[in-house]
Every structure is written in C-alpha cells, then in structure tokens.
Design a protein around this ligand. Structure first.
Ligand code: PGA
Length: 264
C-alpha cells in the first residue's frame, strides 16, 4: 500500500486524473471501476475537462460501478446511476454498451449480482478501481463485519452510513436501508486501486484503515493486502497518521510507481 499526502483535494484529484488518463493512453480499452460520493467528483470533473479540451478518448473504455441503492431506479435522482450520468457518463464519449451498472430495481438480485461478476470477468477484470472510504471504513457498501472475501451482493446499510447520506434524501426515513455492492473479494481482484479521502472528518478512519490492523470491522483495511493500491489524501484526512512525513516524501515518486505497476 502506498500512501500519498497531497497539498489539497484538488491536487490529489488532478493526480488521480493523470493516472486514469495515462491508463487510457496506454490501454485504450481499459476497464475502470467507479466510486460515487462527494470525494471523487473533482476527479470526474477533471476527466470530463480532459475529454472536452484534450480529447481524452473514452470510446473503448469499459466501466463498472461499485454499488447502487436497492429500490432506486435509474430515473431516481438519488440513484448512483443518476450521479454517474450527471458527473461523467453524459459528458464523455463513453460507449453506453460498455457502461455496466447495478440495477436497484432488479427483481432477482442474486442472479443480477452473479451476472455482474460474470460481466467483470468477461471484460478481462478491472484495471483500475477508484474508491472512497465511508466514515465507518466501508469501501463500496461493504459495511463493517462484511466478509473480506465477499462477492457482489446485497448489504444492509448501517445507521452511520444512512446518517452520512441523509442530506441527499432529506430525511433518514427516505434513505434506502439496503444496497447492492461489489464485494471485498471483487475489489481485491482489481489490478490496481486508488482510494481517495479528503477532509478532517475522514482522518480517524483513514488512520485505522492504513496504519491499523486488518479487520472486517474496518473493511478498507483489507487493502493493505492488495499488491497495487495508492491512497490519496489531503492534509485534513492525514491529520491522525503516524507516518505523515514519510507519506509526504513518498508522494514524489507516486506517479512513476503507479505507472510502472499498472504497465507490469
Ligand atoms: P464520500 O463517501 O465520498 O461522500 O465521503 C465515501 C463513501 O461512503 O464511500
């Protein structure tokens, strides 16, 4: 695991866009895993900008989304499908047939999850997975106590996750109680991961995830076992880290290291 301490969220997001851009340049048919939430929005804005200004070409790129609320259809403005459409899909030349999403309205969830795993496999696996981290340490909607080898499936959301998302829904009763999420085992099979965390509200969970013991209580901590993960932090999110100076130093070789590993 490589942890990089950036000046601020903008420079970390520009760095993440550089990595995605580099991947698409050397592998135009790259497979990207996408995360929702507030954290990666700047990254998506930058990718859209690079598409519009520099012609970054998404036409052969395949994408898979990490998770979706159960019960919300594509048309629902709070669905993650709407989020991706608004922040990325509709502003790039991504080919709709290469966009793979989880359907919150699906009747046979079990079959849908199985088929999603199969689609990832058929696409050749995910080259780069973007991740955020929940205030309880979740990645995707793999809540604390999730099996560390889980596959795409339905998960019950914790009260903390529902509270964290209440702003978009207006009231706690409106927040879906369940979600469909790629499993931790699914995420661990991605060839590379970039986890982004910004702001002081993430500092305590980031410290537990990257410097604490691996535990199903902190699902993101399993990334310590992944051979190619970079954690991009701003100053706020790094407040509680013991080895801060090292991460500040390490960030200088970050791009070179990531590109080398992704090309390997
Ligand atoms: P956030 O969500 O980016 O909105 O903080 C992260 C997550 O819950 O995974």
């Amino acid at each position: 695991m490589e942890i990089g301490l950036f000046q601020d969220a903008s420079s970390a997001s520009l760095y993440a866009a550089d990595i995605v851009g580099a991947l698409i340049s050397f592998k135009p048919n790259a497979v990207l895993g996408l995360a929702s939430g507030g954290t990666p929005i700047k990254l998506y804005q930058e990718l859209v900008k690079r598409h519009k200004v520099e012609g970054l070409d998404f036409s052969s790129v395949t994408v898979f989304i990490l998770d979706e609320y159960l019960g919300l259809g594509k048309e629902n403005l709070n669905s993650f499908y709407s989020y991706y459409n608004e922040n990325l899909f509709s502003h790039t030349n991504l080919n709709r047939s290469r966009i793979h999403v989880l359907d919150g309205k699906i009747e046979d969830v079990k079959e849908h999850c199985k088929a999603y795993e199969e689609e990832i496999r058929k696409a050749g696996g995910i080259d780069l997975q973007i991740l955020g981290i929940g205030s309880n340490g979740h990645i995707g909607f793999n809540e604390p106590t999730s099996s560390l080898v889980s596959r795409t499936r339905i998960k019950t959301l914790t009260r903390q996750t529902c509270l964290d998302n209440v702003a978009s829904f207006g009231s706690l009763t409106e927040v879906p109680q369940h979600a469909i999420t790629m499993g931790i085992g699914t995420i661990m099979e991605c060839r590379a991961c970039m986890l982004l965390a910004f702001g002081g509200s993430k500092s305590s969970i980031v410290a537990k995830a990257v410097e604490g013991p691996i535990s199903a209580m902190i699902p993101a901590s399993i990334l310590q076992m992944h051979p190619c993960v970079q954690v991009l932090l701003d100053q706020g999110a790094a407040t509680d880290l013991e080895m801060k100076e090292y991460y500040e130093h390490q960030v200088q070789n970050f791009k070179e290291n990531m590109l080398l590993r992704m090309r390997a």
